[in-house]
Design a protein around this ligand. Sequence first.
Ligand SMILES: Cc1cc2nc3c(=O)[nH]c(=O)nc-3n(C[C@H](O)[C@H](O)[C@H](O)COP(=O)(O)OP(=O)(O)OC[C@H]3O[C@@H](n4cnc5c(N)ncnc54)[C@H](O)[C@@H]3O)c2cc1C
Length: 409
Amino acid sequence: MKHRIVVLGAGYAGTYVAGNLARRLSPADTEITVVNAVPDFVERLRLHQVAAGGQMETQSLADIFAGTGVRLHLARVTAVDPERQVVITVAGADGGGELGYDTLLYALGSHGDDRSVPGVAEHAFDVAARPSALRLRERLDGLRGSGKVVVVGDGLTGIETATEIAESRPGLSVVLVARGELGAQLSAGARSHLRRACDRLGITVLEHTSVEAVEAARVLCADGAAVASDATVWTAGFAVNPIAAAAGLEVTGNGRIVVDRTMRSLSHPNVYAAGDSVHAIGDNGRPLPMSCATAGYTGMQAIKAIVGRLTASKIGHVKLGYPGNHISLGRQDGILHMVDHEGGAKPRYMGGRKAARIKAGILRMSLWANSHPTFCMPKRKRHLAGAPDLFAARALPYAPDAPADKAVA
Ligand SMILES: Cc1cc2nc3c(=O)[nH]c(=O)nc-3n(C[C@H](O)[C@H](O)[C@H](O)COP(=O)(O)OP(=O)(O)OC[C@H]3O[C@@H](n4cnc5c(N)ncnc54)[C@H](O)[C@@H]3O)c2cc1C
């Protein structure tokens, strides 16, 4: 019987891992299946643009995996039973039921956290998934060019969303709510640049403001202020799917899977995780943030670990870092800046059109990389080392001194 590898989620992490595993492992003894709820690759990095009215190119997963040997199973995962080694799905295009695995890669991503503040789930919009971004877009269309949009959260998604809406729908009045100082995570220079961009785009910034409740037509702040709103966009936090916790995998308080340096679950050795679902500790000793770069690095490390263990070869070491922030401020402006080893913003940054062009290039590149998941990897396919069910016993330990390898974000 072939060794069954099941990849849950075909986003930035899952697509990349599945394609690369197919490229590295022989189909004679491995079978790779990707389970995804929707039939195409969703370019999450552009969802704020979609919400503001922009077009998104869709890439069919069937086309992406055509000829790679990866089986695509379109269904929604509802549970994982690690004792029986099965994934439970409900009817998608490919029907529901159970899917057995020998090795599982969990990459179900994240969604907007709508539970932390009352009224968010009922009244707020978000840009974390395509359906919710499209709902926001419909609401903005319905405002017919006038009204107030309140974006809560000045993390990277909040900044990108507020600036994109303000630029593409200049009739709307946009308010950006920041819990602390605007862009506190940026360097002083980048913060000033952001402030100038908000002024230029007519965005009202409310700093040191904590939102305590969202109602249909206003948000209520901790200081007692009420801000009228025709559309409230909640970007203040992302949450992960509760499936991993419900399965009994070891997870953090917020449900992310706890793994070792090779992205292998600490509680279940034949389960790996990558992307937003994983709680991976970076080389600086801090948890890696949810990001596309993290999806690339953790995905690459998981690939090396799975291939290494299955073929009884040395497990390559992938650097686990977070290079920096690339923030678009509408389509004509942006901020690029690197972070230091501790994750703090380096003082120098690049702003303006050049940064916007680089960010646009990064978006194109990451879409291309995910649409060609078998590109850029060794074509030599490797056979498993002995009977697949013995792999756990034969597994080589992770070799931290192995040569570093670059991940593709
Ligand atoms: C608007 C926006 C802008 C962003 N901009 C940036 C940026 O500029 N740079 C950056 O680094 N990061 C950015 N991010 C974050 C980045 O998008 C995520 O970190 C990245 O998508 C994580 O990849 P992933 O593979 O873990 O999850 P995803 O890409 O979300 O993929 C998860 C996949 O799992 C599928 N899935 C989920 N649940 C189920 C289920 N129950 N059953 C079956 N399938 C399921 C989904 O359909 C999806 O295909 C942005 C995010 C947003 C929302």
